[in-house]
Design a protein around this ligand. Structure first.
Ligand code: ZN
Ligand code: ZN
Length: 285
């Protein structure tokens, strides 16, 4: 149900104040300049591809939710696609997507994987034993565009590998055949949908001879990126405010891109500051 105007304003202002209280004193001024006030915002009712209906608040200068590129958040690996918004839909699992384009690479040192499985594989010690890396190593991280249009970084064990080399098969036919039954069993007996998706991915890679880098990668953004199916403006957040109306003209691509770039830089900076605050790592000033 859409909220009544006054309730929505109160909620917005309470949230805004909460966020403001967490901003370090020397950043409050710039935060105030960048963050919208209730009077600037238009309410939009948005229907998503999962069937949920949400209310979005957009700056009155923006045309519609379909024309906003939402930047990455702590939930996602990268920016959303045009026409998508971040939304947590219960029961959605991760998706594995093929890489369609490679970007830049960097090398990173990785410690040996712990003997104990990570939290999400806590009940699966055998699977972890088969996939963990027991030694420290240096790997390459390649930025990649996935088939869904989202971006991620793909770890590649061979630091000399280049995209022009293509995926390198690392299993012999015998190894492939001998390992597949184990993964067939894991898939068949997966206790949750999330685990089944992970096992099916590993099984596909084993069946393909464990190509390095793996041609498909978990997209950390798809899970939270939902396409806007339809949307309609629902008036200004503060109804008595303006004579101005939401703009009916489409802003130029260049001005949108500039606006987005500015907003991303600010959001990234603030997010970092807030994350540091949350971690209790912000030095006392
Ligand atoms: Zn939903
Ligand atoms: Zn994706």
């Amino acid at each position: 149900m859409p909220k009544l105007g006054t309730k929505a304003v109160k909620e917005f202002n309470a949230n805004r104040q909460q966020q403001r209280d967490r901003v370090p004193a020397d950043l409050v001024e710039i935060w105030e300049l960048r963050m919208s006030k209730a009077e600037d915002l238009v309410r939009w009712r948005v229907r998503l591809d999962c069937g949920c209906v949400k209310e979005l608040l957009l700056h009155g200068d923006m045309h519609s939710p379909l024309e906003v590129v939402w930047p990455s958040s702590i939930l996602t690996d990268g920016d959303l696609q045009l026409g998508e918004i971040e939304h947590v839909h219960k029961g959605t699992t991760d998706s594995y997507r093929e890489t369609i384009e490679w970007g830049e690479s960097r090398t990173v040192d990785r410690p040996a994987d712990a003997v104990e499985p990570p939290h999400y594989l806590s009940g699966e010690p055998d699977f972890w034993a088969k996939t963990r890396h027991p030694e420290p190593r240096t790997i390459a991280l390649w930025s990649a565009t996935l088939e869904c249009g989202h971006h991620t970084e793909v770890p590649v064990e061979d630091v000399d590998w280049r995209p022009s080399d293509g995926p390198v098969i690392t299993l012999t036919d015998e190894e492939r055949q001998s390992r597949l039954p184990d993964f067939d069993q894991l898939v068949a007996e997966a206790s949750t949908e999330s685990l089944r998706v992970i096992y099916e991915h590993v099984r596909r890679m084993v069946a393909a001879g464990l190509p390095e880098p793996a041609p498909e990668r978990r997209c950390g953004t798809c899970r939270y990126a939902h396409r806007v199916v339809s949307c309609e403006p629902n008036g200004w957040l503060v109804p008595s405010t303006p004579l101005k109306k939401p703009k009916a003209t489409t802003p130029s691509r260049a001005s949108l891109k500039k606006k987005l770039k500015d907003a991303e830089a600010t959001a990234s900076n603030l997010r970092k500051q807030l994350a540091e605050l949350d971690d209790g790592q912000m030095p006392a000033t």
